[in-house]
Design a protein around this ligand. Structure first.
Ligand code: NAD
Ligand code: UDP
Length: 355
C-alpha cells in the first residue's frame, strides 16, 4: 500500500525568504538527474548554495563534468555516472528529473545518411530516456517517498494553434513527425507522472520549460541562441532557418532555476509554464545578437526543418499567481551574461585544434 510521504521540512531564516535546508536535524537530500547538463548544473549550484545535499545522476550524453568541477571536493555534493534507463536505488527527499538528451538536431545540419541514422538512434534514445528514465525515477520516488519534479517542455504544445499558450491547451503535435520523438516522449513522461500521482500518491510537480539560454549551454547542439552566439564569436554568418519570422520566447537560466525550485518547494502539482513572455522572431534575435556581440555579423538563410512551430510564447499567469514567480532577466540583459563563457570555451576548442 501507499505510505504517506508528507514530512515537515525545516526552513532556515538565512538569506532571502524561507529556504528549505533539511528535515528535522538532517539536511534535505536531493537528486538531480541530468545535473551535469546546462540547466541541471545551474540548479545544482543553487541547491548547494542554500545548504542542501545534492546527488547528480548523469550519463554525460550531452552533459559535461566541467559544468560541475567547481563542486568536486564539496562534502555535500556527489556525482554518479549512470544511465536513468537503468534503475537505481538511493535515499533522498526530492528528485529533480532533468535527464534527457538535448534536442537531437544534428540532422538539421547533415542530411547525410550516416548522420541521419546516427540521429535516429538519438531520437530513440530520447524517447527511451523520457519513458524508461521517467518510469525508473517515479518508481524510486514511490519506493522512498520522495517528491518528484519532471522538467517537461513547451514542445508538448507542438505547433500551437493557441497563442500565447496556457497550461490548459492540449497541443498540436504531429505524432509521426521528425521531432515527435522528443515531443511525444515528454508528453508520455507527463502522463506517467500524473499516473503515479493519481495511482500511487507520489508527490509530483510538472514544469513546462520554454526556450532557455545562458552560460554552459552546449556549444554545438543546434539550438538557436547557442548557434547565433557561437557564430557571432567565430565570425561566421548567423544561420536563420526559413524566413526567420517564426517566434520564440527566451528565458535566462537563473530565472528558470528559481522557478523550478519554487515549484518543487510549493504546494501545487502543475503543470506550470516556466518561460519569459518576451517574444522575438529569429530575425529579431539575430539583431540582438549582432548588437550585443558583433555589429558586422551577417545573416545566412537556410531551409527550415519540418514541423517547426511558427510561434511560441508562454502565458505565465498561473505560475505568477500560485508560485509567486516571474522571470526577471530580459533578453538584452541575459545575452551578455553568456558571452564570456562562450568566448573562453570557443578559444579552448581552437587551441585544442592547434589554431
Ligand atoms: P542538457 O542536454 O544540457 O542536459 C541534459 C542532461 O541529461 C545532460 O547532462 C545529459 O548528459 C543527461 N542525460 C541525458 N540522457 C541521460 C540518461 N539516459 N541518463 C542520465 N543522464 C542523461 O539539456 P538542458 O537544456 O539542460 O535540459 C534539461 C532538461 O530541461 C531536459 O529535460 C530538457 O528536456 C528540459 N528543457 C530544456 C529546455 C531548454 O531550453 N534548455 C527547454 C525545454 C525543456
Ligand atoms: N533556428 C534558426 N537558426 C539556427 C537554429 C535554429 O533560425 O541556427 C530556428 C529554428 O528553426 C526554430 C527556432 O530557431 O524556429 C528555435 O529553434 P531551437 O532548436 O533553438 O528550439 P525549438 O525549435 O526547440 O524551440
Amino acid at each position: 500500500g501507499y505510505i504517506s510521504t508528507r514530512r515537515d521540512i525545516g526552513y532556515s531564516s538565512r538569506g532571502v525568504g524561507r529556504v528549505p535546508v533539511g528535515i528535522g536535524s538532517r539536511r534535505l537530500r536531493i537528486v538531480v538527474t541530468g545535473g551535469a547538463g546546462f540547466v541541471g548544473s545551474h540548479l545544482v549550484d543553487k541547491l548547494i548554495g542554500r545548504g542542501n545535499e545534492v546527488i547528480v545522476i548523469d550519463n554525460f550524453f550531452t552533459g559535461r563534468k566541467e559544468n560541475l568541477v567547481h563542486l568536486f571536493g564539496n562534502s555535500r555534493f556527489e556525482l554518479i555516472r549512470h544511465d536513468v534507463v537503468e534503475s537505481i536505488l538511493l535515499e533522498v527527499d526530492q528528485i529533480y528529473h532533468l535527464a534527457c538528451p538535448a534536442s537531437p538536431v544534428h540532422y538539421k545540419y547533415n542530411p547525410v545518411k550516416t548522420i541521419i541514422s546516427f540521429c535516429l538512434l538519438c531520437f530513440n534514445h530520447s524517447y527511451l530516456t523520457n519513458v524508461m528514465g521517467t518510469l525508473n525515477m517515479l518508481g524510486l520516488a514511490k519506493r522512498i517517498g520522495a517528491r518528484f519534479l519532471l522538467t517537461s517542455t513547451s514542445e508538448v504544445y507542438g505547433d500551437p494553434l493557441e497563442h500565447p499558450q496556457k497550461e490548459t491547451y492540449w497541443g498540436n503535435v504531429n505524432p509521426i513527425g521528425e521531432r515527435s520523438c522528443y515531443d511525444e516522449g515528454k508528453r508520455t513522461a507527463e502522463t506517467l507522472t500524473m499516473d503515479y500521482h493519481r495511482g500511487a500518491g507520489v508527490e509530483v510537480r510538472i514544469a513546462r520549460i520554454f526556450n532557455t539560454y545562458g552560460p554552459r549551454m552546449c556549444l554545438d547542439d543546434g539550438r538557436v541562441v547557442s548557434n547565433f552566439v557561437a557564430q557571432a564569436i567565430r565570425k561566421q554568418p548567423l544561420t536563420v532557418y526559413g524566413d526567420g519570422k517564426q517566434t520564440r520566447s527566451f528565458q535566462y537560466v537563473s530565472d528558470l532555476v528559481n522557478g523550478l525550485v519554487a515549484l518543487m518547494d510549493g504546494e501545487h502539482v502543475g503543470p506550470f509554464n516556466l518561460g519569459n513572455p518576451g517574444e522575438f522572431t529569429m530575425l529579431e534575435l539575430a539583431q540582438v545578437v549582432k548588437e550585443t556581440i558583433d555589429s558586422s555579423a551577417t545573416i545566412e538563410y537556410k531551409p527550415n526543418t519540418a514541423d517547426d512551430p511558427h510561434m511560441r510564447k508562454p502565458d505565465i499567469s498561473k505560475a505568477k499567481e500560485l508560485l509567486n514567480w516571474e522571470p526577471k532577466v530580459p533578453l538584452r540583459e541575459g545575452l551578455p551574461l553568456m558571452i564570456n563563457d562562450f568566448r573562453s570555451r570557443i578559444l579552448n576548442e581552437d587551441e585544442g585544434r592547434g589554431m
